[in-house]
Design a protein around this ligand. Sequence first.
Ligand SMILES: O=C(O)/C=C(\CC(=O)C(=O)O)C(=O)O
Length: 306
Amino acid sequence: MKFEVTPGWLAYYPNPSKPKFAMPAGAVDAHCHVFGPGDQFPYAPERKYTPCDAGKDKLFALRDHLGFNRNVIVQATCHGKDNRALVDALLSADGKARGVVTLSSDVSDEELQQLHAAGVRGVRFNFVKRLVDFTPKEELLKVANKIAPLGWHVVVYFEAQDLPELWNFFTELPTTVVVDHMGRPDVSKPVDGEEFNLFARLLSEHSNIWSKLSCPERLSKSGPPALDGEQNAYQDVVPFARRLMQEFPDRVLFGTDWPHPNLKNHMPDDGLLVDYVLQIAPTAAEQKALLVDNPMRLYWPEEHST
Ligand SMILES: O=C(O)/C=C(\CC(=O)C(=O)O)C(=O)O
């Protein structure tokens, strides 16, 4: 099937630079996507956007170019609950990729076993209103209860203003819970203000809740963008990520978010996005926790020793 991309769609950066930051051995890109290709893995009829194709071969080439060792591929809403593109990527990754899928509550035990064998270790619940239609919480809880016995976790994506309403749901989930993109704070508000304090409290009061420090390119208001060799990109986001890195060093993850769906004003150079990590995790110990130990503990526990 032929798909027309959403008007104004920004394609991923064509020739990313080589990062200056040599990541620790075994680094994991813990948040990225595959899109199609649409003629092989059609986009979902209920999608809110149509991206440009960004298939597994491009993702794996980027992984190697940037110096990551492994990927965690997260289901994006443009593929709905059809996880075939993601599973196909996992099966082609020589064990170097794990996945987070989207499921409906009638998923069978047999399907779950197949997904587990392919490398799936989590489900994603998306609450961002521009991306998805509403799903009743009972439905989501059913899914969470089905995947809990497999040792999987739940990834949640929401915007900061919706946290109060979602708090009870998140804190009652029976699994590890991983929050995408620091709960999308408004970074023009203070890092120790009411909004971000609430998010930090979610983690401090619930030791099963983790956060990705990803997506400065999406959260930043004043940049500067990760373009043209910029080594101090997205300075307005750094204090937020830095706070979580320091307060919860063993529950944070980082990912590129390639191919960066729905960006509106610029497309980052992924090499410079890797260099951004030096600002939020300046010490070798923090870098190892963020990029290796934490994601390995969550996604490859059988290989993880520390
Ligand atoms: O890639 C991300 O994490 C963020 C997205 C897209 C997304 O999550 C999805 O479509 O599922 C966004 O903010 O548009």
